[in-house]
Write a protein of this length. Sequence first.
Length: 619
Amino acid sequence: MDDSDDMFGDLPGGERKAADSGAAELEAAGQNAMFAAPSPAPAEQSPPEAPAAPAIEAAAPPVHAAPVTEAVQPYRVLARKYRPQTFSELIGQEPMVRTLANAIARERLAHAFLMTGVRGVGKTSTARLIAKALNCVGPDGQGGPTIDPCGQCEPCRAIAEGRHIDVIEMDAASHTGVDDVREIVEAVRYAAVSARYKIYIIDEVHMLSRNAFNALLKTLEEPPAHVKFLFATTEVDKLPVTVLSRTQRFDLRRIPTALLEQHFASICRQEGVEAEAEAIALIASAAEGSVRDGLSILDQAIAHADLESGGDEGDAGGGQARVTAARVRDMLGLADKGAQRRLFGALLEGNPQAMLEAVDRQYALGVEPLALLRAAMDLTHRVALAQTGRGEADAPMQEEREAIGQWARDMSPGQVHRLWQLLLKGYDEVRGAPDPLAALQMALLRALHAADLPDPGALAQTMREMAASGAASGVAAGAETPGHGAETAPDWKSLVERIDQSGAMHLASRLRLQVCVIELAPGRLLYRQEDGFDDDLRPELRAALMAVTDRRWTVEIAEGEGTPALAAQEQAAKDAEAAEIRGHDLVKAAFAAFPGAEILTEDHDQPRPGDGRHWNKQP
Ligand SMILES: [Zn+2]
């Protein structure tokens, strides 16, 4: 109860906020009160229906309120209490304020203004500030329109309290009809009772009916000099062009999260409420650019904190209440988007510890596993949209936009779609699982391991390359040039191939099966014959070797183990290659991504590049 004194005065403000339970209600009450205000004007008598009812409502709160309620109900309507009373208190809208200041300084004021923006960014606050700016007479009663209304003169105080006779506020959401507007149009003809300008503030103006707009249009075309219209809307697209073209438009921006944080922290200080920085940050990010939404969350958080600290203190002196991050997270539940992003980020970075920790923290706060998975799916969806260039406006918070933009650049569209598939599969699993938390962890881990996968096209390419390199390395030195010179150590495998190609296919086949080479040098071969064979290959082998190498060969059977026969080598190589493929990171990831997948090998002697391996998901 300090710097807002100028607005509420000492009595009515403080009592009124205790009497109502929510910012929205107060908002409505305030608007009705202002709407009812014109009734004393002489012209109002002709259509008497409308203004009567709201007038009663409006008068009510100060009468019913009793100071006692304050202690019983620790709920503080901060959005009302800290409504900006000067343009400098209006946070995040500097460009608009500058334009307006210029217009006032140069006396080039439009007769109709349109304030647009999402809910809670300060549209009606701005409208009231403009009303003050236009009607302020200064403390000495001699001042003119100013961007710095004094807040002390009678017009300033009356407007702040919602009782100025010439500032008429109307909520088009509840007064959509042509009669409501006709009433205004009638009243417009008469001069202001006590102020410089007669000001009509119409909130949610897009809600007016077509006829109501038409009725208003004539007045907007030829407005009396003493009348100003201030329109506010969340849905500017719904306004007729004829109205748009006759107003000066101000687009109020969402308030950046950092600015909201400062604002909320300062309010906590003024309220004597201790709040953890992280708690404030959580509230600011959940507010998504809206001061009013953020303040109503802060209201709740303080109410919780009050209850925990005993709750028997009045709101003026309370220094015990402490708003903690844990409590706020608890309160916000799913709305903790920062936690969702951290979880999703850990998943994409392939950091299982961080990911599972994030899951545990959220679970401990009472967030359902299914909800966590949904949040991850939501982020995936938005990354996909961002990759198409859409979805930017979808994320109101800068942090979120940046994160999504970064992920959209980091991942290929194929990866995003695979991730979506994996999460979707996980969603079904978690929903049907007896232990949803375990199912969630498994589903996220599977997605985590698979997130490294390249596109299907890149995967196929990699598999081809692996098949090719497997063929080369699996059979040791197989690809070396055949030994034809004396210096080059001859290579048994290529010798056999040459024998095969020279037409001695039957001999080549027996050589592959039976010959375990002990020593191989130019012109000299010592070998052990594989167990179970007893045909003497030596004469035939000598002749064949001489035929393919143009030299005489000593070929003898000798003692020793020798290198396994070529046929045995090939089998061993195939086995090793399959094992190696299974051990490859990429393949591990693929197996993680497609549980139940298997490696299929074509039935041929050795793998050839391009046709060796296929990845198929079993039906
Ligand atoms: Zn003033």
